[in-house]
Structures are given as C-alpha cells and as structure tokens.
Write a protein of this length. Sequence first.
Length: 91
Amino acid sequence: MSEGINYQGIVDYKKIIGEVLRGLDPSVAALIENLDELRNGPTIGHRIRALCRANLFDEDVCKRIDQIILLPEDAQKRIIFAILLSKALKK
C-alpha cells in the first residue's frame, strides 16, 4: 500500500482506497475508485454521501459521513479513508 504515498509524502487517496476495496463488492469498489467522476456534490464527502443514499454503505457509516461533510476537503479524505479501511478490515 506504500505505492499510494509519493516521495513528498502526498497521499494518493484514490489509489489507496482502490487497493483497500479490492476484496469488497466490485460494484462498490468501482464507484469509490471513480469518485472524481461522481458529480453529486462539490466534495468527496458529498460524493460518498450519494453512495449512502444508494444504500451502498450501512447506516452507521452514513451517519459518520454526515458528520464530516462540513470539514475541509483534506480532512474529509483522511476520515473517509479511515472509515473505508475499517470497513474493509471487518470483511
């Protein structure tokens, strides 16, 4: 998973999230990997919230996502990555 972090320490969240979700349902993984193409909101949190409305995440995850929508984009990415990682590890 270290390939997702470049030499400057900048995290490629899209690549890491794709790696994390490889073992999950392929349709969910494909949606997450293509977050930039989901135009349901201005931030990554809004885009993932759209996936909640499509019933792709359980209610607990969706409640946590609702709580972080107002945070800065970088913070949203970090928190959502943690949520997805914990979800993947539970499987």
